[in-house]
Ligand binder design. Structure first.
Ligand code: SF4
Length: 383
């Protein structure tokens, strides 16, 4: 189950699964109270990268590199330096390479911003989510508004490309408080923000609290109303709404995420990491000890591989196109369809246009703000 090393890979993802706490809404491969495994994991990770390098032969000409997690800001400094040494054996970095690290406020230690910059990291993605300490702590997210402000004050001296993540729909945040947060965020020295809807993932502590009515989350209509208002605030303050959850100052879109949406190959390393080589989607081992064992002994870490059918590829193209302001062409939507299916889909599109969920201009279909809020439903009906 191998990634095609001859694929024109330009993007790399590194997964760092360790977190100082486990947020109650988190569905990710993230481990709290496992810090004692960091060194062992790092060694396995470097082994996996070296192994890929020796199979590939040629170095990756790196366009984007992304450290995600987990909480990559907890990567110990000396080990991170070693990791970059390994990456440089396998990848060619240039001045243009976008190198992002996800960081959680409150986890950044003295001297780390300087170190990251010296290693070539040039973009920070900060998990702000909210400035309401009480609400965040009730969700076991142990950071404070003060942590966020202190971090931004320091980070702006080192990084001009900063993104912040926000969560819309957290329980206990009033409409007024949410709007006030956004009015604050747009004054920050940031180039980008990602605003995600709170999603209740099965088997998370939040899921059980919502199920037992211990916690009440906003209804869908309220979420949509807040989404419209939020979008307006960002646009009025000079951000482009270029993807369903993403807003950027002109020219400051996330190039790494764009690689995902463009369906170009990307290689991911680490626990549970997901790669795409242009035709296959692959996922690494999700059990920490099994991953370490496999990577250290040079075995293939992939546990899942899926080769997409033409139909699945088409659905992905439509889905990834419609979530972006760039949209998707009618040609690419219809090219794989039978004459009958083409007619059915065309009728749906005309219906969406009448409902003002979709626009069509010169053969390109895009979703209106109302359509973006209903994206999932629209995709299901189209596919
Ligand atoms: S910090 Fe992020 S990855 Fe870690 S538990 Fe919280 S949401 Fe999950």
């Amino acid at each position: 189950m191998q990634y095609d090393v001859s694929a024109p890979t330009r993007s790399v993802y590194i997964h760092w699964p360790f977190c100082p706490y486990k947020c109650h809404y988190c569905p990710f491969v993230a481990l709290a109270s496992h810090d004692s495994f960091m060194t062992q994991y790092h060694k396995a990770l470097t082994k996996e990268i070296e192994q890929f390098g020796s199979l590939a032969g040629e170095k990756i000409q790196l366009d984007t590199l992304y450290f995600g997690g987990g909480t990559p800001s907890t990567y110990p400094n000396d080990l991170l330096i070693e990791l970059f040494d390994t990456l440089k054996k396998v990848c060619v970095f240039t001045d243009q390479t976008e190198v992002t690290i996800e960081i959680n406020p409150g986890t950044v230690r003295e001297g780390q911003l300087e170190l990251w910059k010296s290693l070539g990291i040039n973009r920070l993605s900060i998990g702000v989510q909210s400035l309401n300490d009480k609400v965040l702590h009730s969700l076991n997210r142990l950071q404070s508004a003060r942590d966020v402000i202190t971090l931004l004050e320091k980070a702006q001296h080192f990084f001009s490309n900063i993104s912040v993540d926000l969560i819309l729909g957290l329980p206990g945040i009033s409409d007024e408080e949410w709007e006030s947060l956004l009015h604050t965020v747009v004054t920050w020295p940031i180039a980008h923000t990602s605003m995600y809807f709170l999603t209740i993932h099965e088997d998370t502590p939040l899921y059980f609290k919502v199920k037992s009515n211990a916690v009440v989350v906003p209804c869908d209509d309220k979420m949509v109303e807040l989404y419209y208002k939020s979008r307006d605030i960002f646009i009025r303050n000079g951000f482009d709404h270029y993807e369903i959850s993403s807003f950027a100052r002109p020219g400051r879109q996330s190039r790494h995420n764009t690689a995902y949406w463009e369906r170009v190959p990307y290689k991911a390393f680490g626990l549970g990491a997901c790669s795409f080589d242009g035709t296959k989607r692959l996922q690494n081992e999700k059990n920490l000890m099994k991953y370490i064992k496999k990577a250290e002994s040079g075995d293939d870490c992939v546990i899942f591989m899926e080769e997409l059918t033409d139909h699945q590829v088409n659905i992905e193209r439509i889905m990834l196109g419609l979530r972006r302001s760039k949209g998707v062409t009618w040609c690419s939507v219809s090219s794989h369809l039978s004459a009958h299916k083409k007619m059915v889909v065309r009728e749906k599109i005309e219906e969406f246009k009448r409902k003002q969920w979709m626009n069509e201009s010169e053969g390109v279909l895009t979703l209106t703000p109302a359509g973006l809020a209903l994206e999932n439903e629209i995709i299901v009906q189209l596919c």
